[in-house]
Design a protein around this ligand. Sequence first.
Ligand code: BGN
Length: 328
Amino acid sequence: MTLLYYLGVPKVVTYSFGILQKGVLKYLVQPSAQNLTFTEDIHDKLSLKAGSREGSQTLTNCSIISPLGPIRVQFPKSLTLEEVIRKNPDVTQGGLYKPLNCTSRKKTAIIIPHRNREHHLKYLLYNLHPFLQLQQLNYGIYVIHQAGSFTFNRAKLMNVGFKEAMKDDDWDCLFFHDVDLIPEDGRNLYTCDRFPKHASSAIDKFGYVLPYGSYFGGVCAFTPKQYMQINGFPNNYWGWGGEDDDIGNRVVLSGMSVLRPSIVYGRYKMIQHSPDKGNEANPERWDLLDKTGQAWRQDGINNLHYKLLSKELLPLYANITVDIGFRP
Ligand code: BGN
C-alpha cells in the first residue's frame, strides 16, 4: 500500500499507469463494506472532543496520520448550512481551524472557485470540515465567488484565491478544489509534497480511474513555491475545459513531476449536476493549449488583475467576491 501511495512519475509514465489502472487495479481497490465510515459517524467522533481545548499546557506535535480509511460520504436531503455550522463548533470565523490538543506543523488553505452552486458547497463543507479536522491540520477554507454573469473562469478564480489566502497567512500548502468533489478516503492527506499533487486520481464519474494519463482536473495541491514556479494558473481560459490540462503542462514545463495518491486513497464522489449556465465549453481551448509552451511565463500569477468586491468571514469559510472581468 505504501509503495503505491505516491507515483512521482513524469507525464508519459503516468499515462501508461492510467491504462494499467483501467485494466486491472480497478478491481483490486474497492473498499470493503465493513471498513466504511459514514460522514455522520465522523461528526459524532468529533463532537465528543468539541470544545475540549486544553488550557495553557505545552502541546505536543500532532500526528499526520488520519484515523480514517474509506468513507461512505453522505448527502442528507434536509441538511441546512446552520446544521453544518452546529456540527463544527471548533471552526472559527472565516472557516479556520486549529487542532485542539496538539500543535499542527501543517497549514493548508482550501481554495474553492464558485458561482451559483450553494447546494454543492453545503455538502462539500459538511464532508470536508470533519475530514480535515481528523487529519489534525491547521486549515482555512476560501470560497472565491465570481461576481456577475460573464463566462466562468475557474483558473483565474484559483489565482485570486492564492493571492487572497497568502495575504492572510503563511500557508504552506494550497488545495485547489472543485465544489462538487467529495473525498472518499481519510488517507488522502491534504498536505503538500516535494512536487505538485493531483489529489483526485480516482473520481466515480470516470469509473474511479484517471480518464487519461495527464489528467490534472478536480483537486490539486501546490506549495506557494511550486505555485510560483509554474507562474500560477492561466488567466485566459473562459468557459469549460482545458485550463486543468494547461496547469498540468505548466508543472512539466517548469521541470517538476506530478504526484498522485494511489487510486485507493484518491477516490472522490462527484455531486451530479446539469451543465452550468455561463460555463459553456470553451471553443478556444485547443488553440490555447497548443500555446502553453510559449504563454506560461507571460500569463499567470505575474499578470493577474481583478477587483476585490467583498471579503466576508462567514462561520464555515471566507467568502471572497471578485470581479475578474470577461473574455477580451
Ligand atoms: C478534457 C478537458 C478537461 C476536462 C477533462 C475531463 C479539454 C482540452 C482539449 C483537449 N480538456 O477533455 O478540461 O477536465 O476532459 O472532463 O477539453
